[in-house]
Design a protein around this ligand. Structure first.
Ligand SMILES: Cc1cc2nc3c(=O)[nH]c(=O)nc-3n(C[C@H](O)[C@H](O)[C@H](O)COP(=O)(O)O)c2cc1C
Length: 395
């Protein structure tokens, strides 16, 4: 389908009475429990690293509010570090504890004033942050195995034996820190939380056999740590507060990595997370059109939804020209990605078929805060591309 086919295709079968946007699957409402979203468009979590010493820049409030004003149905903050000494990815990652919480409260108020909804992404970098290379951060992980991070400009692989394997007391402390962050998020008015379980961060280090070599229960059952984090967050926020879990097969240090090679293996990983209280899986795909397993065109978000019965978000490459580099590819932040609506009808079709429910926009919505409003109005030709300069400030 070409870019000329726009949302007009999605006119109401009864005709006439509905606006174009209302009849468009991208702009149909969706609910996660009691959280009502006006459309299917989610601002993907994107850590901007504008928090020297962990204190979020005051510009975050306006940065998120502009995306709410621009029509994003749900905003997920970039990774924020929970209250644990080894949690931060680097010294500029916003904290989600202490004085930083007041700044986050301002961001929530600004988003709500603009009519939007927002969740913080709660994270622990484990051995993937700067911890192993930049003392005084004590790097910890499931085992003392980590892969040098390509995105930090280090040579990829071979694996290194560094950092500390987590003790049971470490595990308990990290789980408790996630739960405190979840309770704080609810207290200061966020609309839900997202737990960062993707891209090789700490929780993903437990999920992945390559970094989890433990011989105890956390190694025999690689989903156990993640499930404990989810369960503790669920206990902290009560039964109806939305919990999203970000999930990926690939790692920042290994784009070909897979947690699960078959639907059955995937089901084994996600079932305990659902049992523990996940409401929504935010599946990070790099390319939304890539089939996950042989014999089906469904992507990872489709499989997670089919196997788990929970709603899913699909994100990766949406709103960008197919020639744009994939997220995770070397230099992705520093490369212009042109806006394109060429594949939006395919996205709509997949939503209508029930493959996934929501879409996460990364670079598209960084480049154009009004992406959703423009697409709803059919003003595609005015969409702005992603340009690396937008990362210079909180634009
Ligand atoms: C500047 C930047 C920062 C990012 N930071 C995070 C992050 O903190 N947490 C996360 O889960 N993903 C992060 N991502 C990945 C995005 O959420 C998204 O999955 C990725 O950009 C692919 O989507 P896109 O092709 O629409 O850009 C980041 C991406 C970019 C471009």
């Amino acid at each position: 389908m070409g870019p000329g086919i726009d949302a007009m295709r999605w006119k109401s079968p009864v005709g006439g009475r509905m606006t174009r946007a209302m009849a468009d699957p991208l702009f149909s409402p969706f609910s996660i429990g009691l959280l009502h979203l006006p459309n299917r468009i989610v601002m993907a979590p994107m850590g901007q690293g504008k928090a020297p010493g962990g204190m979020p820049d005051p510009g975050y409030a306006g940065y998120f509010a502009r995306r709410a004003e621009g029509g994003a149905g749900l905003i997920v903050s970039g990774a924020t570090s929970i209250d644990h000494p080894a949690a931060a990815f680097d010294e500029n990652e916003p904290h989600f504890h202490g004085d930083a919480l007041e700044e986050w409260r301002r961001a929530v108020e600004a988003v709500h004033a603009a009519g939007g909804r927002i969740m913080p992404q709660l994270a622990h970098a484990g051995l993937q942050g700067l911890a192993p290379v930049a003392p005084p951060w004590p790097g910890i992980g499931p085992s003392a195995v980590w892969m040098p991070a390509a995105q930090l400009g280090l040579e990829a692989g071979p694996e290194r034996i560094e950092g500390e394997p987590m003790t049971l007391a470490d595990i308990e402390a990290v789980v408790a820190a996630f739960a405190r962050a979840a309770a704080d998020a609810k207290r200061i008015g966020f609309d839900g939380i997202e737990i960062h379980g993707a891209h090789g961060f700490l929780i993903d280090q437990f999920l992945w056999a390559r970094t989890n070599r433990r011989k105890d229960d956390y190694g025999r059952d690689r989903a156990r740590f993640a499930a404990e984090v989810v369960a503790a967050c669920r206990a902290a926020v009560g039964p109806i507060y939305p919990i999203s879990f970000r999930f990926s097969q690939f790692k920042m240090t290994d784009y070909a990595a897979r947690l699960a090679d078959s639907p059955q293996a995937l089901e084994e990983l996600i079932a305990p997370l659902i049992e523990a209280g996940v409401d929504l899986f935010d599946c990070s795909l790099r390319r939304f059109w890539r089939p996950e397993f042989e014999g089906s065109t469904m992507n990872l978000a489709g499989w997670v939804k089919k196997l788990g019965g929970r709603p899913t978000i699909a994100g990766g490459g949406i709103g960008l020209a197919k020639t744009a580099k994939e997220y995770g590819q070397d230099g992705v932040y520093a490369t212009v990605a042109e806006a394109s609506i060429a594949h939006l009808d395919e996205v709509r079709d997949r939503i209508v078929k029930g493959e996934f429910d929501l879409i996460a926009l990364g670079r598209s919505i960084l480049g154009d805060p009004a992406w959703a409003a423009k697409v709803a109005a059919g003003a595609h030709e005015t969409l702005q591309p992603y340009r690396p300069e937008v990362l210079m400030g909180l634009n």
